[in-house]
Design a binder for this molecule. Structure first.
Ligand SMILES: [Zn+2]
Length: 375
């Protein structure tokens, strides 16, 4: 198969077994399986035949210098080799912290996610759709880790698209956290338009409404309890018009799974219907789409949401009730949090959440209008 030599007619899923056998440590929010469950679930449902799956390459250190400093890449490799860091390296590169711990695959795993996103960018440059759920690490900086992100694969993917000659790219980020690393990468860019919706007053505390990154960004911080109706307004009146007005040749979507109600690291209250609708809407706006993962710290929420993203991209109907092969994969998951002891039945038997409708708060209407006025 030579999907890279012509326009891809069908989307590709980029994955790797490294996500199954590596962990950030038993007490870290990323102790849970995520990409491996999505792969297992999509295969069990018959949605992921071998010809649609690509094993993610690991990016070479030299390729990572498209965004990261050689010094930092060297420090990250050295930390993996030695399985410890000095105080100086910790202070300088934020490696070996509680958020960004030393673990056995701490270079190879993020380099695999980065390699997947860069391959995805190369593939879609000719047209097509690629999904790399292991990507989406939007907090990485050129010379330091941040928020569980050692490298910044979205920035690397966007730079790859620019190097391929594309000149107008839209980056949409619907993770619960602001994409501080990506925003810093393309501050002041005419080519890249960044649109982020994230929880207000939450780490990393960047991405204020007034922050436009030198004209390159639209930031919408949203209040706790954000519901599906509120998100629908944001999608229709802010995200989609901001993307369309940029006339992008390609769209990169960071589809973090931590803005749903059951996520332990945010206080937003969306259902996964919102994410799937965003994926479908963006797909209709572009001949080139790269969809990445991101946050997501409830193993059932992540598996269900990201499997539904693949169904949406690949044209499979999401069943109301999962067949036994699918349910058995969700039943094998464990989680050290209290909710993990007795997961609610819908987490085990369905992919689609019940919609979480509600009133649209005035503050959201006002802020959406402020951003719309800037377009
Ligand atoms: Zn997040």
């Amino acid at each position: 198969m030579r999907a890279d030599s012509r326009t891809m007619e069908q989307p590709l899923f980029i994955g790797s077994e490294i996500y199954r056998r590596s962990t950030y440590g038993s007490k870290h929010p990323l102790a849970i399986p995520r990409v491996s469950t999505v792969i297992d679930l999509c295969r069990a449902l018959g949605w992921l035949p071998p010809e649609r799956y690509r094993t993610s390459p690991r990016a070479k250190p030299s390729a990572l210098t498209l965004f990261h400093t050689p010094e930092y890449i060297g420090a990250l490799q050295e930390a993996e080799r030695r399985q410890q860091v000095s105080e100086a390296i910790r202070a300088r590169h934020a490696l070996g912290t509680i958020s960004n711990p030393v673990f056995p695959e701490m270079y190879r795993r993020p380099a695999t996610a980065a390699g997947g996103s860069m391959l995805g960018a190369e593939l879609i440059a000719k047209g097509g759709v690629v999904y790399n759920p292991g990507g989406g690490t939007h907090h990485g900086f050129p010379d330091r880790a941040g928020g569980f992100c050692y490298l910044n694969d979205p920035a690397l993917a966007i730079r790859t698209l620019l190097n391929k000659g594309l000149s107008r790219i839209a980056y949409v980020d619907i993770d619960a956290h602001h994409c501080d690393g990506v925003e810093a990468a393309f501050h002041g860019s005419d080519a890249v338009r960044m649109i982020s919706v994230h929880e207000a007053r939450r780490w990393p505390f960047t991405g204020m409404l007034e922050d436009n990154a030198g004209g390159a960004a639209f930031n919408l911080p949203v209040p706790r309890g954000l519901n599906d109706d509120e998100f629908a307004l944001i999608l229709d009146e802010m995200i989609l018009p901001a993307v369309e007005a940029h006339r992008p040749e390609a769209i990169v979507l960071q589809c973090g799974a931590d803005a749903v109600a059951e996520d332990p690291l945010s206080r937003l209250a969306l259902s996964n219907n919102v994410h799937w609708r965003t994926v479908a809407a963006l797909r209709s706006l572009t001949p080139r789409l790269l969809v990445l993962g991101g946050g997501g710290y409830n193993p059932w929420s992540v598996a269900r949401l990201w499997s539904g993203v693949w169904a949406t991209l690949s044209g499979h109907e999401i069943p109301e009730h999962l067949p036994p092969e699918g349910q058995s994969i969700l039943r094998t998951l464990t989680w050290r949090r209290a909710a993990g002891r007795t997961p609610p039945e819908p987490w085990l038997t369905s992919l689609r959440d019940a919609p979480r409708m509600g009133l649209i708060r005035d503050e959201i209407r006002t802020d959406v209008q402020k951003l719309a006025d800037r377009m």
